[in-house]
Design a binder for this molecule. Structure first.
Ligand SMILES: CC(C)(COP(=O)(O)OP(=O)(O)OC[C@H]1O[C@@H](n2cnc3c(N)ncnc32)[C@H](O)[C@@H]1OP(=O)(O)O)[C@@H](O)C(=O)NCCC(=O)NCCS
Length: 117
């Protein structure tokens, strides 16, 4: 289930975001999470399975499009379809906009689009 980020999820969200190759440095990671907290056009979501928060997906939204900037799943929960479910949930949430990937999420997004065709 997709849930909206709030500050009480900060540590778990940072932990999940750190699986992104470009978010390895603590300074970058802090800037990223602060960007999601401060910038109204950036929206961060978590994926919950029962009581566990196991995934994160972040988007930059404007009137025309929603660009997926970050996506990561806890390694213990990978290859169970969660990444694809998160893409599908965000695509549904922003169905009034064009959902696109960024350079950092392009490979997985493309795979999902090819499979959903
Ligand atoms: C990418 C990621 C979110 C996928 O999450 P997941 O829940 O394991 O994904 P799903 O179970 O829905 O899908 C698994 C499929 O995606 C593939 N996949 C995993 N990472 C991928 C990537 N970076 N690019 C393309 N395909 C990828 C798997 O090989 C698997 O393929 P299959 O269905 O043909 O067996 C996860 O691997 C992750 O957190 N990676 C580290 C963060 C990252 O690099 N994010 C940016 C990705 S471009």
């Amino acid at each position: 289930m997709l849930i909206r980020y709030k500050k009480s999820f900060k540590k778990i969200a940072m932990g999940l975001l750190s699986y992104m190759p470009r978010e390895k440095e603590l300074r970058t990671l802090r800037e990223t999470i602060e960007g999601y907290e401060a910038d109204a056009s950036r929206q961060l979501f978590l994926w919950r399975v029962d009581e566990d928060v196991v995934g994160v997906i972040g988007v930059a939204v404007n009137e025309a499009k929603a660009e997926i900037l970050h996506i990561a799943v806890n390694p213990s929960f990978r290859d169970e379809g969660i990444g694809k479910e998160m893409i599908a949930a965000v695509t549904k949430l922003f169905s009034d906009r064009t959902v696109v990937s960024s350079e950092s999420t392009n490979r997985f997004f493309k795979k999902c689009m090819e499979e959903s065709r």
